[in-house]
Design a protein around this ligand. Sequence first.
Ligand code: NAD
Ligand code: IPM
Ligand code: MN
Length: 363
Amino acid sequence: MKTFKIASIPGDGIGPEVIREGIKILTKTAKVDGTFQFEFTEFPWGCEYYTKHGVMMDDDGMDKLKEFDAIYLGAVGYPGVPDHISLWDLLLRIRKGFDQYVNIRPITLLEAAPCPLKDTNREDVNMLFIRENSEGEYAGAGDWLFKGKENEVVLQNGVFSRKGTERIIRYAFETARKEGKTLTSISKGNALNYSMVFWDQVFEEVSREYPDVRTASYLVDAAAMLMIKDPKRFEVVVTSNLFGDILTDLGAAIAGGIGLAAGANINPERQYPSMFEPIHGSAPDIAGQSIANPLAAIWSASQMMDFFGYENYGENILQAIEKVLLDGKVLTTDMGGTATTEQVGNQVVSYLEEILGQRVVEK
Ligand code: NAD
Ligand code: IPM
Ligand code: MN
């Protein structure tokens, strides 16, 4: 039987609460299929680990992770450990170290998911954000000069390499072509007079290789406004690391809330493991109360199924999520319900079983 080895890093705050539910869904899918299985290995890395051991992950952590087929991550960051330490030493270290340069974030309004925009049909919100995930504004380069002095200056450099920019834009064109969708580039060349001028130039160059793909280009400020005012004009979207981060939280709000927003960090060449995670954080304000919405983590699990070539199961998991939303009886508080994280997870499992048409007796 085919075995997929998954490294799970539940991480901080609500991370473990939501990852537990995602693992249930993946395990159930494999069990019903019967031709493959998942083998999960949990790594206890995160802020608590840092306070005990002084590191966010083991020194040989990346070597350990390299052996896996994929990584399933909850969230990283918690009060008590500075965010720039916890995130750079765990989450960003993995994204960069494994060259997961494509961050795929669907902003799709599922049936019955709450949308705060008036007069918006479900079909109007169906965007696929492809965020550059390895460099740009997140290059980590900069300097802190004359610390504490009157003439203190802080520099934070963006790095946009030809290789890094071309490959993400080409990936987005390939996706748009495959799906027969338009491709929109979001940048800011009017103010960022090096990085974004270069981005626009590369977008223009690569677009010549794809005459069949219709394109559009917006400045990020206008794009933020238009995502609210007229979301249907965005189909496949390609943007930089920071803009992609910000706009996908905005998108999450449009498509049912942050508790429903998923992401996949992909290394397309499959040289290294890819990583699947909800786009939300550790939510310290609700951690430990069993009220976190697990649907984002479950959607990320669906993206993992797609990645392994089981798009049918990926779709089935989304259908099960949709049934939970439609039914509306078992939802967490962020979606207006009173259910616990576990109850929502169990409800998805039970609809998934129904969809897969098979009842499997628990061992
Ligand atoms: P957050 O996403 O953790 O929380 C923002 C708001 O959304 C909070 O009110 C929270 O309760 C709510 N929320 C988030 N996920 C939810 C869910 N599944 N169900 C219901 N409500 C949910 O963002 P933040 O508060 O800005 O960040 C908290 C910490 O998480 C920080 O340390 C931050 O750096 C980190 N962070 C990590 C990741 C990651 O690991 N990928 C992503 C974002 C933030
Ligand atoms: C995300 C998060 C991360 C990012 C942070 C925690 C570094 O906000 O995955 O959206 O900015 O990429
Ligand atoms: Mn973010």
